[in-house]
Design a protein around this ligand. Structure first.
Ligand code: SF4
Length: 233
């Protein structure tokens, strides 16, 4: 294990083991508030990890860059390798064509997860990983079964590759995720990521008499507690 500046001793974590017993994981990550806890949990178990950032769904590009930089910042803090994969947004729009009006957790999201996990699985295969997983499942806004199905499907294309379906929310994970987001003052995105989720979240807010999303503006721990309606968690 690398030495790093974070103390992991104050939080009683379960010791994790990968599904095939190996000590190495390629972790697809999305946004820092969710990813941070999962990275920390894997590290605390002494499992080697490489973080794979492939999220061409995030729109627009400034939003993508900020989310990526936040993720990388925490990777650097934990001394973890960070793979900055393509931002091939054109391919993402092509794959989700016709699904623009699907609700969140619907068919567009399946396509979105498939695309991101297929690339993760390919990278794993080409670089000697036998286990992949994703930080996406820790978010309470996501359907974990949908994510796991997509992950298992992506891994199934390569012999010997498994998708780790661990429930990161359990055994203190969700609480630690929020605590860590505040400790690190992570950027607090207020919509899932794609242009359609931005549109739909704004529509919902306006219908509820709330203000539109303020992109690139909010960081955890810098708002009043009652304002922390944690969209990303
Ligand atoms: S709502 Fe989120 S998961 Fe669904 S398609 Fe958009 S970015 Fe992907």
């Amino acid at each position: 294990m690398h030495n790093h500046p974070l103390s992991l001793n104050h939080y009683q974590r379960p010791t994790l083991a990968t599904p095939d017993g190996t000590n190495k994981v390629l972790l697809h990550s999305c946004c820092a508030p969710c990813a941070g806890e999962v990275m920390e949990a894997i590290k605390a178990s002494g499992i080697e990890q490489t973080v794979f950032f492939y999220n061409p769904n995030i729109h627009p590009s400034e939003e993508y860059e900020l989310r990526k930089e936040e993720n990388k910042r925490f990777c650097d803090k934990l001394a973890l390798p960070f793979i900055d994969a393509d931002y091939d947004a054109d391919n993402w729009f092509a794959r989700t064509k016709g699904l623009e009006n699907e609700p969140e957790r619907g068919r567009r999201c399946t396509v979105c997860f498939d695309m991101r996990f297929e690339r993760t699985a390919l990278y794993a295969f080409e670089h000697g990983f036998s286990v992949i997983s994703s930080t996406l499942g820790i978010s309470r806004w996501k359907d974990m079964n949908q994510i796991n199905d997509c992950g298992v499907r992506a891994a199934s294309h390569y012999q010997g590759l498994v998708y780790w379906t661990y429930n990161w929310r359990k055994r203190g994970g969700s609480q630690r995720m929020i605590e860590l987001a505040r400790e690190e003052a992570f950027y607090q995105q207020e919509y899932c990521g794609c242009v359609y989720s931005l549109r739909d979240t704004n529509r919902h807010r306006l219908a509820c008499g709330r203000q539109r999303i303020r992109r690139l503006a909010n960081f955890y721990g810098q708002k009043r507690d009652e304002d922390i309606i944690v969209r990303s968690l």
